[in-house]
Design a protein around this ligand. Structure first.
Ligand code: DC
Length: 201
């Protein structure tokens, strides 16, 4: 029996942390679908054609060490606008969702396009300032030389592009449960997500 948890939301809302914790709690597999777009972006930055890069994406491409940089994130948001890039990534995501041990997929369009029949849909959000603060800390902890204002501008630009694109824009599914993590600790956000999933099981 498959069980699918779709977790969508804007950049740096805490989807990754939440998804990993939920997957570990229930013993589900986890796919960070943003990594697929980031891997395509890394290839594009190295000179590849976006659609070709998406069509030939390989699991090892997801291990590229540069995928977490702001430059790759911005390019990921740009290539994610291209319908043929998105189309090339659908099968891999849907197959992942069919895993018998249960699956958590996080991204922007999981509950709306990739897995509209998901058993649980969460839409995780937080204020842009709060998300930028968290991302700023994450990047500076890694030793990156960057200002908070740059990170905030970056988050807002990506939000705007992700929300307004024609193909699979970032919008909560009608039946998604909203979790605003602005004033929640990680533990409280995880507990809220687990409670929603427990009810659905
Ligand atoms: O989740 P992330 O920040 O790693 O995602 C990087 C970009 O990839 C994001 O700005 C938009 C795109 N993306 C998408 O369009 N659809 C997804 N399911 C996941 C990510």
């Amino acid at each position: 029996m498959t069980f699918v948890v779709a977790i969508d939301g804007p950049a740096a809302a805490g989807k990754g942390t939440l998804s990993k914790a939920v997957a570990a709690h229930f013993g589900f597999a986890h796919l960070d679908t943003g990594l697929l777009y980031r891997a395509v972006a890394a290839k594009v930055l190295a000179g590849a054609d976006p659609v070709q890069a998406a069509r030939t994406l390989d699991a090892v491409d997801l291990e590229d060490g540069t995928l977490r940089t702001p430059r790759v994130a911005q390019t990921a948001s740009e290539v994610a606008v291209i319908p043929d890039v998105r189309a090339a990534l659908v099968t891999f995501q849907r197959q992942f969702a069919m895993r018998a041990d249960g699956a958590v997929l996080d991204g922007r369009d999981i509950g709306t396009v990739i897995c509209p029949q998901a058993d649980v849909k969460l839409f995780v959000t937080a204020s842009p300032e709060c998300r930028a603060q968290r991302r700023f800390k994450e990047l500076t902890d890694k030793g990156m030389d960057i200002t908070y204002d740059t990170v905030l501008a970056d988050v807002k630009e990506r939000d705007e592009r992700d929300r307004t694109r024609a193909a699979a824009p970032l919008v909560p599914a009608d039946d998604a449960v909203l979790i605003d993590t602005s004033d929640l600790t990680i533990d409280a956000a995880v507990a809220a997500a687990i409670a929603v999933i427990d009810r659905a099981r």
